[in-house]
Design a protein around this ligand. Structure first.
Ligand code: TRP
Ligand code: SF4
Length: 405
C-alpha cells in the first residue's frame, strides 16, 4: 500500500471539552466514531485549546470537563485499545504546525470562514475579536494535517473548517511540494478555462518551460489570476503546473459528513446545551421520564379528543430516531385519529431512550470511580499521537528548510 492510501486509513476528530455529553453528541458524533473505530486508524482527542478560544476569560471548569467528556466517550463505547485517545494540549506538535501553517495562510481565508462571523454574532457577550479565535479553523487544520488524516468525521457546521484545511494543505504542497495525480488534475483544470484560454495557457507554459521565457510566465500568471470560474484548488494547481510538479507533504483530508447530525432536542430545535433542550448521556431514568412528559406537542391538540399532526410535533421527531416501523405507524394513526393521547405516545419513547442510556450511564458511573484509569488511557494516547505527529513535523520542517543539524 502506498503512503497516500495508508494515510487515508487514518481518521482524526476532536471535540471541545463541554463536560458531560448529551444525546445530540451521541447521535451526532459518538455513534459514528464508534462505528469507525474498528474500520480505521482513529485519532480522537479533546480539543482543550479550542475551548480556550471562546473561554479564555474563565478557564475554570475546562479541566473537569475534559475528564467528564472522556468518561462519556468510553462509556458510550469508544474503546481505548482500538483508537488513540488523547488531549490536544499534551501534544504540542499541533501548536508548532499551527504556527508554521499560519505563515502561509492569508488572513482573508480565515475571515471568510462562515463560522467566524456567525459565532462572533452568536456569542456577542464575548470579545471574540482575538487572534486566537480568528485562527480557530487553522488550529483545527493543524490537528488534522499533523496526522495526515484521510478523513475527518464532522457535523455540517464543521465542513467549512475541513475545506479551509484542504486549501491550506494545497497551498503548503504548492509552495513546498507537489501532490499525486498532479498532472492529470492540472490537465483537467486547464480544460475548465475554456478552449481559447487553455490553448493560451499551454503555449505560455511551454514557452516558459522550454525557453525560460519570463514574460510568458508573467502573462500566464496574469491569465490565471483573471480566471473567476476556477475553484481555488484548481488555480493553485495551475500556478504549480506552470513551474513543475512534485510530491505531497500534507495530503488533503476529506470531510466525512456525520449522517443525521441534527438530533432534535426536547423542543424540536437541534439538541444543544445553549438551547437548554438536552437529555444527558448520564440522564437518570426519573428525570428522563419527566423531561419527555413535559415536552410540547402539536399545539392544535388542545383536548385529548382533538386529532393531531405528528409533522407539527417535536415528539414525533424523536420517534423518527427511536421508534420501530410498527411504532411509527401506531403514532401516525393514533395521533391523527385521536386514538391515543400524547402521554400514551410518549411512553415507548421514554422506554427506548432509557434502554439506550442505561448501560452507558452504568459504565460512566463505574469509570468515575477510577479516575486514575482514565488518566492512564489518555497518557498512553498522548504518547501514541506524539509519535505520529513528530514524524509529520520532521517532514514539514525539512520541506520548509528548518531541519537544522
Ligand atoms: N472544532 C470542532 C468542533 O467544535 C472540534 C475540533 C477541533 C475538531 N479540532 C478538530 C474536529 C479536528 C475535527 C478535527 O466540533
Ligand atoms: Fe405529538 Fe404523539 Fe401527541 Fe401526536 S400524539 S401530538 S405525535 S405527542
Amino acid at each position: 500500500m502506498d503512503t497516500v492510501a495508508l494515510q487515508s486509513r487514518r481518521i482524526v476528530s476532536g471535540m471541545r471539552p463541554t463536560g458531560q455529553l448529551h444525546l445530540g453528541h451521541y447521535h451526532g458524533v459518538l455513534k459514528n466514531w464508534i462505528k469507525l473505530q474498528h474500520e480505521f486508524d482513529c485519532f480522537f482527542f479533546v480539543a482543550d485549546w479550542h475551548a480556550l478560544t471562546t473561554h479564555y476569560e474563565d478557564t475554570r471548569g475546562i479541566e473537569e470537563s475534559v475528564w467528564e467528556m472522556v468518561i462519556d466517550w468510553i462509556a458510550a463505547g469508544i474503546e481505548p485499545s482500538a483508537v488513540s485517545l488523547f488531549l490536544q494540549s499534551q501534544v504540542p506538535e499541533h501548536a508548532e504546525l499551527h504556527l508554521l501553517l499560519s505563515m502561509i495562510t492569508p488572513v482573508s481565508w480565515l475571515e471568510r470562514v462562515p463560522t467566524y462571523k456567525d459565532q462572533q454574532e452568536k456569542l456577542k457577550e464575548k470579545d471574540l475579536a482575538t487572534y486566537g479565535f480568528l485562527g480557530y479553523p487553522l488550529l483545527q487544520g493543524a490537528d488534522i494535517l499533523i496526522y495526515r488524516a484521510g478523513q475527518v468525521p464532522v457535523g455540517e457546521d464543521q465542513v467549512s473548517h475541513v475545506e479551509l484545511t484542504r486549501e491550506v494543505a494545497r497551498r503548503f504542497n504548492h509552495i513546498y511540494g507537489r501532490e499525486q495525480d498532479f498532472e492529470q488534475k492540472a490537465e483537467a483544470a486547464i480544460m475548465k478555462m475554456g478552449k481559447k484560454n487553455a490553448k493560451l495557457y499551454n503555449n505560455l507554459r511551454k514557452a516558459y518551460q522550454e525557453k525560460g521565457d519570463a514574460e510568458a510566465l508573467e502573462t500566464a500568471r496574469a491569465l490565471l489570476k483573471s480566471q473567476q470560474n476556477l475553484a481555488l484548488g484548481d488555480t493553485e494547481r495551475l500556478f504549480g503546473f506552470l513551474e513543475g510538479g512534485g510530491k505531497v507533504i500534507l495530503p488533503e483530508p476529506k470531510a466525512l459528513l456525520t449522517p443525521a447530525s441534527k438530533m432534535p432536542g426536547l423542543d424540536g430545535q437541534k439538541m444543544s446545551k445553549s438551547y437548554g433542550n438536552t437529555i444527558a448521556l448520564r440522564e437518570p431514568d426519573d428525570t428522563l421520564a419527566e423531561k419527555i412528559k413535559r415536552m410540547p406537542t402539536d399545539s392544535n391538540r388542545v383536548r385529548r379528543t382533538d386529532p393531531g399532526n405528528p409533522d407539527l410535533c417535536p415528539v414525533w421527531q424523536l420517534h423518527e430516531v427511536y421508534a420501530t416501523d410498527d411504532q411509527k405507524q401506531w403514532v401516525q394513526e393514533g395521533c391523527r385519529t385521536a386514538a391515543i393521547g400524547c402521554l400514551d405516545c410518549k411512553g415507548p419513547l421514554i422506554d427506548a431512550i432509557s434502554a439506550e442510556l442505561t448501560p452507558i450511564r452504568q459504565r460512566a458511573i463505574e469509570l468515575s470511580k477510577h479516575p486514575e484509569d482514565v488518566r492512564r488511557i489518555i497518557q498512553d494516547g498522548n504518547e501514541a499521537a506524539r509519535e505520529v505527529a513528530r514524524d509529520t513535523l520532521d517532514e514539514v520542517r525539512s520541506a520548509m528548510g528548518l531541519n537544522y543539524k
